[in-house]
Design a protein around this ligand. Structure first.
Ligand SMILES: Nc1nc2c(ncn2[C@@H]2O[C@H](COP(=O)(O)OP(=O)(O)O)[C@@H](O)[C@H]2O)c(=O)[nH]1
Ligand SMILES: [Mg+2]
Length: 329
């Protein structure tokens, strides 16, 4: 059994990543997911060295409620992606999967036809308590994959809460999967999600469901007129598809590829990445400040004390917070 705490030298990690060694890539991701101070330092050093080799991929997010068919879709479109000569990395940002390991296992089985392929790398969500934490680590994992030569990154996220917003901050293009229905989903879907979607897919368009899916496609095409487009070069597309029959899967990939090769759109995406970098800096700053604040040895005791004082009405919440802030130099 491999000792998971054993570390290679920084150079070994960087060489391994650059050579596309999947085992070294996996092991370096573990360093990024570790909470140990020495690992954090090592992760920062690796990141700085690999940054020049990142940024060359298509970064694609895929969202939708649990069960809509994301993993099956990724498995299916993954074949198309590989056939067009790409190296594919699949990451999951799934706040629910840390509590239910079953879903990761299920996904691994659903993606099994891809998992064994040479040009595919699959990484499930890290076990982290906070969604923010998962998303931040996923950015770094994405960069590691890019440095290892993966030029299409698919990020699967479950459409609950803020996860798609967090993923939207790290990708160039967003696919939203929906189930066919009577059209009342238009009201049920949060406006925010529609506005970040570059492509709306009506999933499971096969068998008895095909007609309903085609109708839903029409409803959405119409509904999209009421949402403002994400940018002026691309209007959100809608298409029904099936990962079982393969209906429209190839068409979806061709269309996504076209977006990435559209000069104006690509320029818009690259500019957006600059804003995303600034966002990453902000997030890192906030995270580090919070960490430093809570790390002070005296802090926990003082916080407990102030909580009691505030609870008992002996101190105002503002004064208590100010006094805690005074502890940091
Ligand atoms: N009929 C049909 N079933 C599908 C299709 N895609 C996925 N499913 C089924 O829907 C269920 C959920 O799929 P999964 O990919 O795990 O959904 P996820 O939770 O969004 O990742 C599974 O039982 C799949 O076999 C499809 O295109 N057609
Ligand atoms: Mg899934």
């Amino acid at each position: 059994m491999l000792d998971r705490t054993l570390r290679l030298s920084k150079e070994n990690y960087i060489d391994g990543i650059r050579n596309g060694d999947k085992i070294v890539l996996s092991r370096s991701i573990s360093i990024f997911e570790s909470d140990k101070e020495s690992d954090k330092q090592l992760a920062r050093e690796i990141l700085e060295e690999i940054l020049p080799y990142t940024g060359k991929s298509y970064r694609i997010g895929i969202t939708g409620v649990p069960g809509v068919g994301k993993s099956t879709f990724i498995n299916k479109i993954g074949e198309e992606i590989l056939n067009s000569g790409h190296k594919l990395a699949i990451l999951a940002v799934d706040p629910s999967s840390s509590s239910s390991k079953g879903s990761i296992l299920g996904d691994k089985i659903r993606m099994s036809s891809l998992a064994s392929k040479k040009n595919v790398f699959i990484r499930p969500s890290p076990t982290s308590n906070s969604l923010g934490g998962i998303a931040k680590k996923s950015r770094e994992v994405m960069l590691l994959c890019e440095a290892a030569g993966y030029d299409v990154i698919l990020v699967e996220t479950t459409g609950v809460g803020q996860s798609e917003v967090a993923v939207n901050d790290m990708v160039d293009f967003f696919l939203l999967l929906l189930l066919a229905g009577a059209g009342d989903e238009v009201q049920g879907i949060k406006r925010g999600i529609m506005e970040i979607a570059d492509f709306v897919l009506i999933s499971k368009a096969d068998g008895d469901n095909l007609e309903a899916a085609k109708n839903t496609t029409k409803v959405f095409e119409h509904a999209l007129h009421f949402f403002s487009p994400k940018n002026t070069f691309h209007s959100t597309e809608v298409l029904e598809c099936s990962s079982i029959s393969g209906h429209n899967i190839s068409k979806v990939w061709q269309s996504v590829k076209k977006s990435f090769t559209n000069k104006q759109l690509r320029k818009w995406m690259l500019n957006r990445r600059k804003n995303q970098l600034v966002q990453w800096m902000n997030d890192y700053l906030e995270e580090t400040i919070l960490e430093k604040f809570y790390q002070k040895p005296e802090m926990k005791k003082q916080i407990d004390l102030k909580k009691t004082q505030v609870f008992e009405g002996k101190k105002s919440p503002y004064l208590a917070a100010e006094e805690l802030l005074d502890i940091i130099p």
